[in-house]
Design a protein around this ligand. Sequence first.
Ligand SMILES: Cc1ncc(COP(=O)(O)O)c(C=O)c1O
Length: 393
Amino acid sequence: MSFQIPLFDLNYDEQEERAVVETLRSKWISTGPKCTALEDLFKDYLHVDHALATSSCTTALHLAMRVLGISKGDEVIVPSLTFAATVNAVKYVEATPVFADLRSTDDLTIDPADIRRKITPKTKAIVVMHYAGFPCAMDQIVDIAAEFQLKIVEDACHAPLSQYARPSASYASVKQGTALGAIGDVGVFSFFSNKNISTGEGGMLVTNDEAVYEQAKLLRSHGMTTMSYERAKGHATSYDILDLGYNFRMDDIRASLGIVQMKKLPADLKRRAEVRSWYLEELKGIPELGVPFADYEGRASNYIMPVVLKDATRQRRDELRALMQKEGIQTSVHYPAVHRFSIYQALPSQLPITDYVADNEVTLPMYGNLSQEDVKCVCDVLKHHWLAESTSV
Ligand SMILES: Cc1ncc(COP(=O)(O)O)c(C=O)c1O
């Protein structure tokens, strides 16, 4: 079915078309100069030393686990309110994910206090996920990691060009304004179609650690010492295989889309911030709905627009989603909690806040071209139809 107001709209125009045609005509379509140019843009925009384009964020997460030396017998603390790939990466290297709960229904990021409770002698790393593009409590998490000598992986799929804003002046471990993804040992991004940067499939790994970058680059391409592009240009004539690697490369066709998308991003984020401000204004009139991160004042990517029903149930949430669908408004849920999926059910998980949010969150439409009228229409359905229905039962 086609929705009157979809959840997401692809921010493409003739610039993306021209970029792809130019790459096709260059006759170099696999990993090459366009990937390097996209990596350079990431380095510039995020003020990070190294960036490595990958075939997806999932493969970037897998590389992160490998390069940080996570392996069988290790434990990695992870959020559960995330896409499954965040957690699956831990399993790829035969380590054990240990779920930590959220801070609150207003801040849907991993709770530093619960991270601390979950640390054991086997813990090697913490994976954080900057939900909707809003930062996790990185000052506290960086301090915990330093205290217990743990690595930090930032799943920044939702957060390209989001910046860290300290919650209060009493925190000082992370520099104000640091790009999300550039705080931990490794940061990863996704360019899946519905992300802020869309290339169909694709991802990026960033790090300030040269050894981590070199190892990730090696593993991205079969553990080979040279790339096809270098050989085609005559810069290398043969190769060795140094480690058991993968084919996790991005191609230049996607990278050329990514370059255009990345250049559009600052303007797109401004528009999204405006869309969010319209939502915040309209949603003030609906006390039954909580808006996570409502007071956040730093720069955020606003990848999605989550709301959480107060004192509700999964059934009420699903009724609301059904009504919105009937009115032509597409919604989603971010996310079904990972610890409830069949493959993770055997792990011990006491996550009351995650459970509540997974049952009561609704994701409203969010994209740069959403008009104020559209936002009003979404909120009117919430105010007049759903609330009218709920008071009449
Ligand atoms: C938080 C999060 N982590 C990881 C991924 C995986 O990204 P990809 O589809 O690029 O592998 C996604 C994608 O939806 C995501 O939202």
